[in-house]
Write a protein that binds this ligand. Sequence first.
Ligand code: DSN
Length: 423
Amino acid sequence: MITALEQYDPQIYELIRQEAARQSGSIRLIPSENYVSRAVMLASGSCLTNKYAEGYPGRRYYEGQQVTDLIERMAQQRATKLFKADHANVQPYSGSVANLAAYLALAKPGDTIMGLALPHGGHLTHGWCVSITGKMFNSVQYTVNPDTGRFDFDQIEKLAKKHKPKIIISGATAYPREIDFEVFGQIAKSVGAYHVSDIAHIAGLVVAGIHKSPVAYSDIVSTTTHKTLRGPRGGMLLCKNEHSQNVDKAVFPGLQGGPHLHTITAVAVAMAEADTPEFIAYAKQIVKNAKALAEKLLEYGFNLISGGTDNHLILIDLRNKNVPGKKLAKALDRARIVTNYNTIPNDPAPPFNPSGLRIGTPAITTRGMKEEQAEQIADFINEVVENIDNESAIEQVGKEVLLLCSQFPVPDHFIIPNKNNGI
Ligand code: DSN
């Protein structure tokens, strides 16, 4: 397919080639990113992109669904088996739409929802003020305990009792510890609220049984499909049977038109991949790598929010290193280490130039890196921090990163040789 592209559109081919080279020639530490398998890539780039299928299997508004119904049903069945859920909707285009659909399935505009504040690790769509979820609903935001960096369930319970939300949202986008979904479920129940859990980041850890599943304690579980779960970019909702009709209506026709069947096909492939012993080993290694990386960073005197990690990500408070998050993220990028700058809880700095750096281990784990390489990556990060204004030292780290990358090629993935960087 990629060769055909070279023939038909050499400009775009060249850009894809450059991006493939960038992905293979850098250490990708953005915790929400990964490398999908060739099978997922092929399904995502297949003829299913040509088909419209508004509606659901057996109830479509377009003809020609002989194959698409089978595919979507297969994706639904694989999702319900993998997550042990009653019902799955595999149509959300992304996690953001999935979250909004979950809220609209359970509440009306103007109702109160309660989620984790963005600067404390929550997602935009957990009711942050600039998101439609913070405008359409009356949003109450809880925070993490500033001393521990962990959820403060007393505060959450107090807020829930005071504001009586229709929905309590659990889940996060920059929270390094295991989330006790059972407690969130209990608090929700005690105030008559629904509980929506967002496991976008940790879905792969949940299906591998490393983190406890929220399915039993949630009315609706929302996830993306492309982070630790290692599928194509997409979203998914899982719920109890009692909510299935409302969930389906909220996704289509509530928020979306035709589902992206090429993505649903690739999601089905990814879920078959996730239902294997190899996937469990990969998910366990993600956490081992994150812990090894965290330990080494602590040895170098980095402050980690909550003091470490239980999952795939680490949030570094850089204030004691006197390097702003953005400056470090950019220097690391020049050293071929790709991260994202991030707010830390109660960040005194503005969000566009915050005090934190967020890193994670899914992508390096897919490449086969283990604890030894995770520690080496901590060495690289420390080296860049210590030489933040020394371009030749940063360039030297980049060379070492390239060498490490060449020892851990991206598996089962198209790698297009890059004449310019030797990969
Ligand atoms: N913004 C994504 C992340 O990087 O965590 C979540 O949607």
